[in-house]
Every structure is written in structure tokens, then in C-alpha cells.
Design a protein around this ligand. Structure first.
Ligand SMILES: [Zn+2]
Length: 458
């Protein structure tokens, strides 16, 4: 295993097309990433797994896709305009801007005591002492200026999906004929004007989130928070993150934002130079903070009339909010492995393999003719075309078969199907398993069924 696992994964991601520095031909932006062909598939599969588990498999959760650009009142009521800020300092020696709390925290951990003054702190990047500018508090929201004639409002890109969900609470409840407990789910991009040395994909102003607001009767909220914390933990484990790589933490009461009654976090051990852990998900009890605030600011009625009890109450919101970007990164890191594979010369080659769960592997099946041949290639192409109706399939007939296996292992393709010269007489192919490298002869008319039994729906 490489000493620097993050660097190995970042290199693989670039080489094979999971993610590139954004606008690389112009030197790349330091805080943005462009997802390549395989990254798009991986991300989409993870998102779909979340949607399946949280929305499709349940009858108490429905979906929503609210606008990314929202007007100022939406954020004022959500308390984001005032509280979502970051205090930063710039190092005069190396010009790097960094969040103050990160530097203070590093100092405190190292010295086991808090710093008395800013001058005591060393720059984590260049090591200079006393080189920081005065701290500056900036909004975490990114303001945009759409041309909307007649509107005096100011507009912002959403830093989380939640505000769009809360303002649609009554619309969705009535249209979908739901009553608490029920949930509204949203996935999509969010934008944050925060800086910070993060690892690889985490170093970005743009994140993708998978958020659920689950509305419950006040008094049942503690139990529902526990329920969702467990559900979400199990989801990560089911998708391939080992429990020993995860950590459940409780945000201390003193550190809770105004809108939260309690926050439980699920973190993944990154082991990076900048970041030891990354938060995959926060499960927050927001109580009735948001619905009450939006009702007050908008004048709309955002309560629920409980016919059984003959009274009206404002539901509490339990919010399991997952960071899709961090989850994709964690899954890549956890799946990265190096082992040895036998080669044709009787020895072994080092191989890199992504042990991704088949449900999230970008390519499900590779179809490989043993060699580029006038008889083999058409047969292999036909098989590839047939399987492609069901799965993402790669066809590859260049270079030696061993190298092509290596390429598929490296991107996590669960199955390789090889069409060889025997196929021409026995109408069967060899199916190779990524993890065990075991090969099995399967008749051509059974290949699809064979793969269907092994590739769960994704
Ligand atoms: Zn510096």
C-alpha cells in the first residue's frame, strides 16, 4: 500500500478520468474540479443509491429539486446570512489565505494549550511566524446578480439545499398528501465561499449534497434522530466503508449553531496531511427553527393540523445531510488497493485494483476479444452491444490481454468477459472476477443471466 494513499488516488483519478483540476489547460483553478467520464458515473451511482435508499424504498419520503439561486429573504430567515461566515487570515510571506480556526486548532493540538496572540501562530504552509494579516470575517454565501427587472432583492447561490426544502414544506405536504412523520429529499450542487486547505476533491467551493428533511411530531424528535443516525451509518457500511474507518461524533452543545438542538456527525478517516477526518454527513435536529422562522418572515402558515388531536403544531425537522463529494472521495480511498496478479511469464505483476461495490463501479462489464482478429472482434462487439442495453460496458481490443485486465482492475470494473478462439467452436466465453481473479467458462446465451445474478441493480 502506498504511503500516501491520497496522492495515489488523486493520480489514478487524473490518469483514468475520474477528476481533473478544473480548466487544466489554463493552469487549473486551485479550488475546483471537473469530473471526467468515470467520475460522472461513480458520482451518479452513489447519488442513485442514496435516492433508492432514502426515497424510492420508503413510502414516507418524496423528492424535490428547488432552485439553486434564491432571494435574500430565504437565507435571512434561515439565519444563513448572519451566521454563515468564515474568519480568515492571509500569510504575508506566502500569500496563502487560510481559516483562522484551523490554524488555532493546529497550534492548540501541538502545544496542548491555546495561543495567546496571533503573532505566536506559525503559517502551516510556509512556517513563517507573525506573518498573518488581521483576521477578516467574510460571508460564506456567494452572491450572484441575475438581471431580474423590478426585483429589489439580492440573490445568492444556496450553500445547502435545506432552505429550498423548508420554503416548500406546505406545497409538498399538500401536493403529495403526506403528514408527519414524512420527509422531503433533495440532491444537488451547493456553493460555499469558504477557503481552507482540503484534501483533493474536498478543496472546492462547489459541493454536491444529498439532504433529507424529515418532519416529525415534537417530542418524537430524539428517537427519530437516533433512527436516522443509525440508518445513515448502515448505508455507508453497506456501500463499502468499513466501520473502523468511520467515526460517530457528537457536536458539543457549546458548538451548536442557533438552528440546531443536536448534531451527530459521521466522519471518515482520511489520514491526510491537512485533514485527519472528513465529515460525510451531519444528522441535525433542527427542531422547529426553520419552519417557524420562514412562517414569521413570509406570513405563510407552515404548521400542520393534527386531525387526530384536533390541534395545530409546527413539525420538528430531523436533517440527515450527506456530502456527496466527500462520500465519493471516501469510497475511492477505501476501494484503492494494491496486490499481485499472475502474468503470462509465470511470475507476478503488481496490480492496482479499485474494490468498488459493483453497484457504484463506473463500468460494470468489459468485453475483451483475446486478440484483434477478424473472427473474434465482431463476435465480441455483438456481445458488447447486447450487454450495453443493461449496463455501462467497455469494449477494448488493444494490447495484450493482461494489460487490459490491469486497466479494468484499476477502474474497478467487476467483470471482464473474454471472447477467445474456443468461443468460435463452443459458443462460450470466459468471465473473470475482479477481486478473486477467478475465471469461469459461461455459455454465450447465459452470459447476461450470469451477470444479472451478480450485478445488483444500480
Ligand atoms: Zn505562509
Amino acid at each position: 500500500m502506498p504511503a500516501d494513499r491520497i496522492a495515489a488516488v488523486a493520480s489514478l483519478a487524473h490518469r483514468r478520468g475520474f477528476a481533473f483540476p478544473s480548466g487544466e489547460v489554463y493552469g487549473g483553478q486551485p479550488v475546483a474540479w471537473d469530473y471526467g467520464p468515470l467520475g460522472v458515473e461513480l458520482k451518479e451511482h452513489v447519488r442513485r443509491q442514496w435516492w433508492r435508499t432514502v426515497v424510492q424504498h420508503r413510502d414516507d419520503v418524496v423528492g424535490l429539486d428547488a432552485a439553486v439561486i434564491q432571494a435574500r429573504p430565504v437565507f435571512t430567515a434561515s439565519d444563513l446570512l448572519d451566521t454563515y461566515t468564515q474568519t480568515r487570515v492571509r500569510c504575508r510571506a506566502c500569500d496563502l489565505t487560510q481559516p483562522l480556526d484551523r490554524i488555532v486548532e493546529a497550534f492548540t493540538v501541538r502545544r496542548e494549550q491555546p495561543a495567546a496572540a496571533l503573532a505566536e501562530l506559525a503559517c502551516p504552509s510556509c512556517g513563517s511566524r507573525g506573518s498573518f494579516t488581521d483576521p477578516q470575517r467574510v460571508s460564506g454565501l456567494l452572491e450572484v446578480s441575475p438581471d431580474r427587472p423590478g426585483s429589489p432583492d439580492r440573490y445568492y447561490l444556496r450553500p445547502e439545499a435545506a432552505p429550498g426544502t423548508f420554503v416548500n414544506f406546505a406545497n409538498v405536504m399538500i401536493a403529495a398528501r403526506k403528514k408527519p412523520p414524512f420527509g422531503i429529499a433533495q440532491v444537488g450542487r451547493v456553493f460555499r465561499n469558504v477557503v481552507g486547505p482540503g484534501e483533493f476533491l474536498l478543496r472546492s467551493h462547489e459541493r454536491e449534497r444529498m439532504e433529507l428533511e424529515y418532519f416529525v411530531e415534537p417530542g418524537s424528535d430524539d428517537d427519530w434522530l437516533e433512527y436516522w443516525a443509525q440508518q445513515r451509518w448502515d448505508w455507508y457500511v453497506d456501500l463499502g466503508l468499513a466501520p473502523q474507518q468511520l467515526r460517530r461524533t457528537e457536536v458539543p452543545l457549546a458548538g451548536l449553531p442557533q438552528h440546531a438542538k443536536r448534531i451527530v456527525e459521521i466522519e471518515f478517516r482520511l489520514g491526510g496531511a491537512y485533514q485527519e477526518f472528513v465529515v460525510l454527513e451531519g444528522i441535525t435536529n433542527r427542531a422547529d427553527y426553520d419552519l417557524t422562522a420562514h412562517a414569521k418572515h413570509s406570513g405563510a402558515d407552515l404548521s400542520y393540523f393534527d386531525q387526530d388531536r384536533g390541534e395545530r403544531w409546527v413539525p420538528y425537522a430531523i436533517e440527515p445531510a450527506a456530502d456527496l463529494t466527500a462520500t465519493v472521495f471516501a469510497l475511492l480511498l477505501a476501494a484503492y488497493d494494491e496486490d499481485e496478479a499472475p502474468n503470462t511469464k509465470g511470475g507476478v505483476d503488481k496490480r492496482t485494483v479499485l474494490r468498488l461495490d459493483p453497484r457504484i463501479a463506473p463500468v460494470k462489464v468489459a468485453v475483451l476479444p483475446l486478440s484483434r482478429n477478424a473472427d473474434l472482434s465482431p463476435k465480441a462487439r455483438d456481445l458488447g452491444a447486447a450487454l450495453r442495453r443493461r449496463w455501462m460496458v467497455e469494449f477494448d481490443d488493444s494490447q495484450a490481454i493482461g494489460r487490459r485486465y490491469r486497466r479494468q482492475d484499476e477502474i474497478g470494473t467487476p467483470y471482464c468477459v473474454t471472447v477467445d478462439f474456443e468461443t468460435l467452436t463452443d459458443d462460450a466465453v470466459t468471465v473473470r472476477d475482479r477481486d478473486t481473479m477467478a475465471q469461469q467458462r459461461v455459455s454465450l446465451d447465459q452470459v447476461e443471466r450470469y451477470l444479472l445474478e451478480r450485478l445488483p441493480p444500480s
